[in-house]
Design a binder for this molecule. Structure first.
Ligand code: GRF
Length: 188
């Protein structure tokens, strides 16, 4: 039986697309749907191009979880992957998928994590702190932002001359290389 993974994304969705493409010629896994909290997110366009249904949910639907859980149930979802998803996962969804939700964070947790630490803010903070390295952290999701057990980390150098955009580019390269492989290793 194929394992089914739902992807959650709040923005561009390049990681979501990269993961789907990585698994496209492999057996045993399917990506039946993409969920987002933003109707205007570019991830919906990517989903259309990939021929995968995508849905937007409201904040209220997200918090009480009922509609989302029943949608995930309709699609027989086994695992959830957060790929650039900005909301804290609500308790009902967490309880429905214990240890089956993972997230990617664009820095080396526990540094530069927590509320407000997303996207550009993370890379700006890394540069401001004069860090010599940054990277990615793939971790299980629990009730606190960025605090679940770490599954995988990869490091890139940060040079004194690097702008936040340059750090973001290096981090994205790590994400594209390692996120799909980490999912594969973890669940397949
Ligand atoms: C990634 O850097 C991810 O780690 C972060 O948000 C970014 C999402 O990019 N949380 P995309 O939407 O996958 O293009």
């Amino acid at each position: 039986m194929n394992k089914k993974i739902a992807l959650f994304s709040s923005g561009s969705g390049s990681n979501a697309e990269n993961i789907i493409r990585y698994f496209s010629n492999k057996t045993g896994v399917e990506f039946p749907l993409i969920l987002s909290n933003k109707s205007e997110a570019y991830v919906h366009e990517r989903a259309r191009n990939l021929g995968i249904p995508s849905f937007t949910f409201t904040r209220e639907e997200f918090n009480n979880g009922t509609n989302i859980i029943s949608l995930l149930d309709d699609y027989k979802i086994d695992y959830v992957v957060l790929a650039g998803f900005l909301l804290k996962i609500s308790t009902p969804i967490l309880q429905t998928f214990p240890n089956k939700i993972i997230n990617i964070h664009p820095a080396l947790l526990p540094k530069f994590g927590g509320k407000g630490m997303y996207g550009h803010h993370v890379h700006q903070a890394v540069v401001d702190a004069k860090e010599t390295t940054s990277g990615i952290t793939i971790h299980y999701v629990n009730e606190n932002y960025d605090e679940g057990n770490v599954i995988f980390q990869a490091v890139c150098p940060v040079l004194p001359s690097d702008s936040p955009e340059m750090v973001a580019e290096k981090v994205h390269a790590l994400e594209y290389e390692h996120f799909p492989k980490t999912i594969e290793k973890l669940w397949f």
